[in-house]
Write a protein that binds this ligand. Structure first.
Ligand SMILES: [Zn+2]
Length: 134
């Protein structure tokens, strides 16, 4: 599995707004020193994940998997924010955000197999809809 240093920082487009995914050391980021693995920062338009590779208790592949789950969680917060739904009580429920973060790959596969994703239509995929912006 690829090292996280080769992956981050990365730019992603969320609902037409560019965000950065950043991997940071808990020793250098006070937000990460409070026991969280990541956070969504709407003011600086970034999703931050703790660099678990610095933690000797984590196997490198497990650390990468955990970081991926945390980033999906923060991306969902960003989508809710950019959609104007972040103030809704259900959108602030961490269990709901986690449900989508954990099940997003399964949802994607189901939609892909069912051929109901936006890029299944003729022509080029909509950059904003796909979310990569690349
Ligand atoms: Zn959260």
């Amino acid at each position: 599995m690829a090292k996280t240093k080769e992956i981050y920082p990365r730019k992603i487009c969320i609902q037409g707004t560019w965000y950065t995914i950043e991997e940071r050391s808990a020793t250098k980021d006070p937000e990460l020193q409070q026991g969280c693995g990541g956070y969504f920062d709407p003011y600086n338009r970034r999703c931050v994940v703790k660099d678990f590779s610095k933690d000797k208790d984590w196997d490198p592949d497990e650390a990468r998997l955990m970081q991926s789950r945390i980033i999906r969680h923060e991306i969902i917060h960003a989508f809710l924010y950019e959609s104007g739904l972040d103030e809704c009580s259900w959108a602030q429920n961490e269990e709901i955000v986690d449900f989508f973060a954990l099940n997003l790959p399964k949802l994607f596969v189901c939609c892909y197999v069912a051929e109901v994703l936006e890029w299944h239509r003729p022509g080029k995929p909509d950059e904003q809809t796909v979310g990569t912006g690349v």
